[in-house]
Design a protein around this ligand. Structure first.
Ligand code: SF4
Length: 265
């Protein structure tokens, strides 16, 4: 099995109970202000828009969360946005929001007034490129530069001609393209692989944004890179690439008002 594919392969190790690895490692439940709508950070709301994904990532921090589709979520979101003028950006997450039907997606877009930014976290560019139909392209095009598209690519082998075409189209239509990765044992815990990933993303118009230290969800311990090793890898990555190709190395800590940047000094 290639390194890249290991992120989707089930392992018996997922059943091991390991101290410190819990159901909700990033405090999603506590941050919920309405069923399916979370506020962790100032000025931003996160919406669990979809309960479906194009792939099942075995290291996912939401793997133990109860998946449910919530009725009237766009309407609920709209009500909150009408009242709370401090919100500048809505993050559509899940699951993968692009697994929704086009009409459901349109309902979300209608619920988010201009000039609020709309951030979409999606894996379809690499996991399900056929979802990027002409109709979906037109739907996303209407957002222009309000759209921030955050891909989730962990290994350079995930990128190919199909993803390149999708990113090119999104970029031509005005979207900002970013990538977030998770540092994963036996998959990308190597500065050379991460450097290649950054270079390849850039060649497809995507900027590396975050490299996450693994969130400690129940059943994912076998993917964790020990923090000492992680820092060494990131230090080498920084010394290899120009600054604009180096992602921010971060960790999400329950209850914190922003992501925590991991220092390698
Ligand atoms: S696509 Fe995202 S939400 Fe879905 S399993 Fe993978 S990491 Fe988790």
């Amino acid at each position: 099995m290639t390194r890249c594919k290991k992120q989707f392969e089930f392992s018996e190790k997922e059943n091991a109970k390991i101290r410190g690895f819990i159901k909700d490692p990033v405090g999603d439940k506590k941050a919920e202000i309405e069923s399916g709508i979370l506020q962790k950070y100032k000025g931003r709301l996160l919406v669990m828009a979809s309960d479906k994904c194009a792939v099942q990532c075995r290291f996912c921090f939401r793997k133990n969360m109860q998946k449910k589709s919530i009725q009237n979520l766009p309407e609920k979101l709209h009500k909150i946005l009408k009242k709370d003028k401090s919100i500048k950006e809505v993050i559509l997450s899940g699951g993968d929001p692009l697994m929704l039907s086009n009409s459901k997606l349109q309902a979300f877009f209608n619920a988010i007034p201009k000039p609020l930014k709309i951030r979409i976290h999606s894996r379809i560019a690499t996991a399900l490129p056929s979802r990027f139909t002409p109709a979906l392209q037109r739907l996303l095009k209407q957002l222009g530069n309000r759209l921030i598209f955050v891909a989730h690519v962990n290994h350079p082998d995930e990128l190919n001609k199909k993803s390149e075409k999708i990113f090119l189209c999104l970029s031509k239509n005005g979207a900002t393209l970013l990538n977030q990765s998770v540092l994963l044992k036996d998959i990308n815990n190597n500065a050379k692989i991460l450097a290649e990933l950054s270079e390849k993303l850039f060649s497809q118009r995507v900027l590396p944004y975050y490299l996450h230290q693994l969130d400690r969800a129940k059943g994912v311990a076998h993917f964790e890179v020990p923090i000492k090793e992680a820092k060494e890898i990131f230090k080498e990555l920084k010394e290899t690439l120009p600054g604009y190709l180096v992602p921010r190395f971060v960790k999400e800590v329950k209850g914190k008002k922003s992501k925590v940047w991991i220092s390698t000094f």
